[in-house]
Design a protein around this ligand. Structure first.
Ligand code: QUE
Length: 360
C-alpha cells in the first residue's frame, strides 16, 4: 500500500490526501500509480458524487513532480525489461492530468500552501480550485531547465492577456488574490475552514441538483474576498512586454519600460535556462488556442527531448540537489541557443508519442 497518497470515502465524497510531506507532497510515480486507478474507480462508482484532493502537512498542496528522481535516473540505463523513468513518469503524470481534465464528476482541489508545477496538474484541470490565503502558486520549470508542462501550454495562454507568458517564463510566485484574478482559483476560502468544507460536502444532499451545482453551492457558504492582486497591477506592463514572439524582444521591451519591476523581471529571466525560455515561448505560442488533448502530445514530446538536454540535470543539481542556486546553463546565453535546437524539441516520437482522446 502506498501511504504517500491516502484514499478514503466520506459518504458521497472520494477524498484524496497527498501525504508525502517530507517532499512537500511532490508527486512521484508511485503516487501517480495509486491515484489514477482510484480516480477511475470513483468516476464509475454511483455512490461517489465528487472527489476532493488536498495536501497533508500544512505547508504544501503539491510542490511539483518528482523531477529529482527523473534526473537521477538519466545517468544509468533502466533495469532489464523496464521502461526508463523519464518516459514512464511524464506519460503517466500527463495521463493522470488528462483524466482529471475530463473527469465526469466534480473534482475539488483544496489548494492550501505551495502549488507548483505538477501541483497545478493535479488542480487546474479540476472543476473547482479552492485557494486559501496561504497559496503560493508558480510554474517555475524554466529555472530547472524544463518547461511549464502538466498542461501549461493549455492553461497559461488562457490566463488574462499575457499573464501566462509572464508566469511560464519567469516562474513568478502568485498569491491567492493573483490566482483568483488569473482564474486558477474558482473559490477563495480561509485555510482554517477547509476541514469544514470537506464535512459540508460529505453532509450535502446530492440528489436534487446536478453534482457540479451542489459543489458550487456548498463552497459558496465558505467563500471570502481576497486582497487586491499584486500581479494585476502589472497587467498592462506584462501585456506590453510579454506579447512578443521572441525572448530577446521581451527583454528589450522590459528594458524600455524603465521601471524597477521591469528591471527585476529582466534579472529573473537572466537566471533562467536560455534554452528553456526559448522552448517555453515556442510552446506557449504553438499551443495557444489548441485543445488540451493536442497539447498533451506536444508536451510529452517536449518532456522527452528537454530532459535529455544538459540544462535539466544541471537545473536539478543547482536547485534541488546541491541547492547552490547557481546553474551553469549550456548554452549560457540566448544568442547561443540555435533555433534548430529549439525546433528539435518538438519532433514527434513516432511509436512513443503520447496520443490521448476525451473519454466518450
Ligand atoms: C521547479 C520545479 C520544481 C521545483 C523547483 C523548481 C518541481 C519540484 C520541486 C520540489 C520541491 C520540493 C521538494 C521536492 C520537489 O521543486 O517540479 O521533492 O521537496 O517537484 O524551481 O519544476
Amino acid at each position: 500500500m502506498n501511504t504517500d497518497v491516502l484514499l478514503e470515502t466520506r459518504g458521497p465524497v472520494g477524498l484524496v490526501t497527498l501525504n508525502r510531506t517530507k517532499a512537500l507532497n511532490a508527486l512521484d510515480l508511485g503516487m501517480i500509480r495509486a491515484l489514477h486507478p482510484a480516480l477511475e474507480a470513483w468516476a464509475k462508482e454511483p455512490a461517489v458524487q465528487a472527489v476532493v484532493i488536498r495536501g497533508a502537512g500544512g505547508r504544501a498542496f503539491c510542490a511539483g513532480g518528482d523531477v529529482r528522481a527523473v534526473a537521477a535516473s538519466l545517468g544509468s540505463s533502466a533495469p532489464e525489461g523496464q521502461e526508463p523513468l523519464a518516459s514512464a513518469f511524464f506519460r503517466e503524470e500527463y495521463r493522470l492530468n488528462h483524466l482529471i481534465h475530463h473527469y465526469p464528476k466534480p473534482y475539488l482541489a483544496l489548494v492550501d500552501g505551495i502549488s507548483m508545477g505538477g501541483g497545478l496538474g493535479l488542480s487546474v484541470h479540476g472543476s473547482h480550485r479552492v485557494v486559501t490565503e496561504r497559496l503560493v502558486l508558480a510554474m517555475p520549470e524554466t529555472g530547472i531547465g524544463l518547461f511549464p508542462d502538466v498542461g501549461g501550454g493549455w492553461f497559461l495562454p488562457r490566463f488574462p492577456g499575457e499573464a501566462g507568458t509572464y508566469l511560464g517564463l519567469t516562474g513568478a510566485r502568485c498569491t491567492a488574490a493573483d490566482a483568483m484574478w488569473l482564474g486558477y482559483g474558482t473559490q477563495h476560502v480561509p485555510h482554517d475552514r477547509l476541514d469544514a468544507v470537506v464535512d459540508a460536502l460529505a453532509a450535502a444532499d446530492w440528489s436534487a441538483e446536478p453534482a457540479r451545482d451542489v459543489a458550487t453551492r456548498v463552497l459558496s457558504g465558505f467563500t471570502t474576498s481576497p486582497w487586491e492582486s499584486p500581479l494585476r497591477e502589472h497587467a498592462r506592463a506584462i501585456d506590453r512586454c510579454f506579447g512578443k514572439d521572441r525572448v530577446e524582444d521581451i527583454l528589450a521591451a522590459l528594458e524600455a519600460e524603465g521601471t524597477s519591476w521591469a528591471q527585476e523581471t529582466r534579472a529573473t529571466l537572466g537566471r533562467m535556462s536560455p534554452t528553456s525560455l526559448k522552448v517555453t515561448l515556442r510552446q506557449l505560442r504553438l499551443c495557444r488556442g489548441r485543445p488540451y488533448d493536442e497539447v498533451v502530445t506536444v508536451e510529452y514530446r517536449l518532456s522527452q527531448h528537454v530532459t535529455a538536454l544538459p540544462d535539466f540535470r544541471e537545473g536539478i543539481r543547482a536547485v534541488l540537489v546541491d541547492k547552490d542556486n547557481r546553474p551553469q546553463w549550456n548554452p549560457p546565453t540566448l544568442a547561443e541557443v540555435r533555433d534548430a535546437d529549439v525546433e528539435a524539441c518538438f519532433t514527434p516520437l513516432g511509436e512513443r508519442d503520447l496520443v490521448v482522446s476525451a473519454p466518450r
